[in-house]
Design a binder for this molecule. Sequence first.
Ligand SMILES: Cc1cc2nc3c(=O)[nH]c(=O)nc-3n(C[C@H](O)[C@H](O)[C@H](O)COP(=O)(O)OP(=O)(O)OC[C@H]3O[C@@H](n4cnc5c(N)ncnc54)[C@H](O)[C@@H]3O)c2cc1C
Ligand SMILES: *[C@@H]1O[C@H](CO)[C@@H](O)[C@H](O)[C@H]1NC(C)=O
Ligand SMILES: *[C@@H]1O[C@H](CO)[C@@H](O)[C@H](O)[C@H]1NC(C)=O
Ligand SMILES: *[C@@H]1O[C@H](CO)[C@@H](O)[C@H](O)[C@H]1NC(C)=O
Ligand SMILES: *[C@@H]1O[C@H](CO)[C@@H](O)[C@H](O)[C@H]1NC(C)=O
Ligand SMILES: *[C@@H]1O[C@H](CO)[C@@H](O)[C@H](O)[C@H]1NC(C)=O
Ligand SMILES: *[C@@H]1O[C@H](CO)[C@@H](O)[C@H](O)[C@H]1NC(C)=O
Ligand SMILES: *[C@@H]1O[C@H](CO)[C@@H](O)[C@H](O)[C@H]1NC(C)=O
Ligand SMILES: *[C@@H]1O[C@H](CO)[C@@H](O)[C@H](O)[C@H]1NC(C)=O
Length: 386
Amino acid sequence: MPSLKALSLYLLSTVGGALAATTIPETDYDAIVIGGGPAGLSVTSGLSRVRRRTLMLDSGVYRNDPTRHMHDVIGNDGTVPAVFRYLARQQISRYNATTSMKNATVTSVESINNGSYYKATDSEGLEYTARRIVLGTGMKDILPDTPGVKEGWGTGIYWCPWCDGYEHRDQAFGILGGLSDVVGSVIEIWQLNQDIVAFVNGTNTPEQQKALANKYPNWEAQLEAYNVTLNNETIVSIDRLQDGSDNNDPAEDREFDLFRVNLADGTSIERGAFITNFPDAQYSDIAQNLHLNMTGTKIQVAANMKTNDTGIYAIGDANSDGATNVPHAMFSGKRAAVYIHVELGRQESLAAIGKRELSHRELEKEARRMIGNDLDDLWKRAREMK
Ligand SMILES: Cc1cc2nc3c(=O)[nH]c(=O)nc-3n(C[C@H](O)[C@H](O)[C@H](O)COP(=O)(O)OP(=O)(O)OC[C@H]3O[C@@H](n4cnc5c(N)ncnc54)[C@H](O)[C@@H]3O)c2cc1C
Ligand SMILES: *[C@@H]1O[C@H](CO)[C@@H](O)[C@H](O)[C@H]1NC(C)=O
Ligand SMILES: *[C@@H]1O[C@H](CO)[C@@H](O)[C@H](O)[C@H]1NC(C)=O
Ligand SMILES: *[C@@H]1O[C@H](CO)[C@@H](O)[C@H](O)[C@H]1NC(C)=O
Ligand SMILES: *[C@@H]1O[C@H](CO)[C@@H](O)[C@H](O)[C@H]1NC(C)=O
Ligand SMILES: *[C@@H]1O[C@H](CO)[C@@H](O)[C@H](O)[C@H]1NC(C)=O
Ligand SMILES: *[C@@H]1O[C@H](CO)[C@@H](O)[C@H](O)[C@H]1NC(C)=O
Ligand SMILES: *[C@@H]1O[C@H](CO)[C@@H](O)[C@H](O)[C@H]1NC(C)=O
Ligand SMILES: *[C@@H]1O[C@H](CO)[C@@H](O)[C@H](O)[C@H]1NC(C)=O
């Protein structure tokens, strides 16, 4: 026998539910996309193609802007990042009947009536409302102040082997960053470079050795087997001796940068390129101000790219997928677009026939069913494999 209290709560909830017919909040847009990098452009394209009223707001600071060419994006291997974004904007602008793109910086996002809709405010104080918000706000790299690092960022001092490794293959190579990341980097670039010096800049300490040993118990033997020299001197500066922008062989995909690492003991070592292990952070503080659940520095999302605020999605580098590249940015944007369209469509279909409002949980379940599989479980398992 259910208790009287439980029974009356049950009646109240069903009766209450039956009375509350679904209403669609009046908003300026169906969705507001914050960020105009590959993630934001991708979700904007997906929403535009199904005529969702979409506003993309972009402050114009892109993570891969410093690099000469973008790589490993099929069909666009070697495209200049700004050209890639320009082409995307040109293509999306065909849908200008329902979609607009604006250069503006969003300063705050507010959830209205517990996620019934959202209000974004830009730096000029303009306000925009929408039923869904997508954060494609990216990450920023926290580069050390050592002279020469920022100057060489993306042009010889690079971030990932897929980004710029091939163009610097077989050159004298350096690793910048803490000792604990050295073996991971060696494993990543070994097919490309074998003459490797790891400039650990004073981080060859017992703590970092322990952290490295936790990941690679035989790290010392591994470094020896791979002919990696550990240099623990403090880096004073990195001078550029040659610029691969002017010294290159496009036919062979080679860029000839050359740097001199000046060390505190007065010695110096020349290298053609570097891979780096520097920390990163959310580019925007919107997620923090919304108190979204985080995983480390990333906005925590489920397989459908939803944060724990049910109307807010996070895509691209900013989210917790553990992937930071242009193909992932596009994939995650596309996935968010599909979910948003289906969820909003389901809500509209209920409103059309005056049915009661589905809870957010029910709506999500419906969308998942319509899309065709239980992505969350699959996604969770896939991520556990890493
Ligand atoms: C040097 C370098 C080279 C790289 N090269 C490659 C490569 O060759 N291939 C590859 O696949 N990946 C590469 N990457 C990784 C790639 O840059 C990222 O994975 C990709 O940019 C992620 O896209 P995104 O849209 O999530 O973020 P971003 O491209 O960083 O875009 C973020 C967007 O959000 C906007 N924004 C942030 N806050 C606000 C706000 N408050 N209001 C409005 N707009 C806001 C920014 O202005 C920007 O438009 C490279 C990275 C670096 C650092
Ligand atoms: C919208 O796109 C059409 C077709 O590309 C174009 O002719 C028109 O000028 C655009 N309108 C605006 C306001 O940009
Ligand atoms: C908006 O930003 C894009 C990309 O950075 C740029 O190409 C465009 O000219 C800007 N538009 C305006 C109106 O400033
Ligand atoms: C707000 O929404 C969440 C999730 O959609 C729900 O669990 C919660 O009960 C709601 N809170 C209120 C006060 O309605
Ligand atoms: C090297 O270490 C010094 C001292 O800790 C630090 O200030 C500097 O930013 C580091 N430089 C690099 C390239 O890691
Ligand atoms: C091993 O590293 C040293 C020091 O960087 C370098 O001089 C030598 O060429 C490397 N050997 C091979 C086989 O790459
Ligand atoms: C590396 O340099 C740091 C900072 O100068 C120092 O504390 C540490 O003992 C050095 N490590 C080794 C193995 O010499
Ligand atoms: C927030 O993150 C923590 C830690 O990862 C997790 O335990 C918790 O369930 C998350 N909350 C939500 C609402 O996702
Ligand atoms: C999301 O999770 C964070 C951390 O657990 C919590 O503070 C916040 O209230 C949650 N937001 C929503 C909308 O549930």
